[in-house]
Design a protein around this ligand. Structure first.
Ligand SMILES: [Zn+2]
Length: 298
């Protein structure tokens, strides 16, 4: 049984003048529904404001929840924060936190949204409003659900917001493997950053991931891994710069699941980047990631 977290508010209607692919979460839900009895569905609560404010500035949290975000921040986010987008922003971190709690119980669980790794303390950025990874990691540690959390970010873009928001936290470690020349131009400092040259393919990517992640994993010995499973290292991704094949992405998820399972580390995944004209194909890549990770824990 693969535990997946979804909420109807994940599927927000597209705000006017938005180029962001708003139907992705709905397509992921539909494709996962086709998997039938193999999945167990869970619905999260919105993340309480005090946990949003534990990571983000209270003023910014208030701006988002009131759907009253200043124009400069709206530009950095990349779409307007309407009331529906605000509801989505609050419930997605609730979903990542719930996936983590389910992973602690069952070994693996997936949030069907999230991975909003560019969001910073006082503003969103790069299609991210609230940083669900940082919010969930902080709450899990503060509530004593787990002693140490490792955030593993395999999105092709650096997890700069997560790194900045969690810097200096003894109980939380951040790892990001990304295309060095890609957005964001100015990188933050994760506990471990692995910047890759443009055009790297399956073999070198997978070898580099294993070679750099394993020592960190063994040093930290986390009680939980939060995994940002962005699919934008794919060769055909519009915002990618790397050259992983579909099979390479599948191998990545098999590797992540195998490493965690071998060490008895619970794994909670989120989605992440994935950009192109064919929204169904991108959603399918996310669904393949969830199913591959889940099968790795079966
Ligand atoms: Zn990305």
């Amino acid at each position: 049984m693969i535990h997946v977290v979804h909420h109807p508010d994940y599927v927000a209607p597209a705000p006017a003048r938005s180029t962001y692919r708003w139907n992705k979460n709905g397509l992921i839900r539909d494709l996962l529904r086709d998997e039938g009895e193999r999945l167990c569905w869970h619905e999260p609560e919105p993340m309480p404001a005090r946990w949003l404010e534990a990571v983000h500035d209270a003023d910014y949290v208030a701006e988002v929840l009131a759907a009253d975000v200043p124009a400069a921040k709206t530009r950095r986010i990349g779409f307007p924060v309407t009331e529906a987008v605000a509801r989505r922003a609050a419930v997605v971190p609730g979903g990542t936190w719930l996936a983590a709690k389910l992973a602690l119980e069952h070994g693996f669980a997936a949030n069907t949204a999230g991975g909003s790794h560019h969001a910073l303390a006082d503003t969103g950025a790069g299609f991210c409003v609230f940083n669900d990874l940082a919010i969930a990691a902080n709450r899990l540690v503060e509530e004593g659900a787990v002693g140490r959390v490792l955030v593993v970010d395999c999105d092709v873009h650096q997890g700069d917001g997560t790194a900045a928001l969690l810097a200096g936290r003894a109980e939380i470690t951040t790892y990001s493997i990304h295309a060095e020349k890609n957005f964001p131009v100015r990188k933050a400092r994760s506990t471990l950053d692995v910047g890759l040259a443009d055009g790297i393919g399956d073999e070198e990517y997978l070898a580099t991931l294993e070679r750099t992640l394993v020592p960190l994993l063994d040093e930290v010995a986390p009680g939980l891994v939060l995994y940002q499973a962005g699919v934008d290292p794919f060769v055909g991704d519009k915002l990618g710069r790397l050259a992983l094949t579909r099979e390479g992405l599948v191998e990545r998820e098999r590797l992540i699941a195998r490493l965690m399972r071998a060490r008895g580390v619970p794994l909670a995944s989120t989605v992440g980047g994935g950009y192109g004209d064919d929204a169904v194909e991108i959603a399918q890549r996310h669904v393949t990631a969830v199913m591959t990770l889940g099968e790795g824990f079966a």
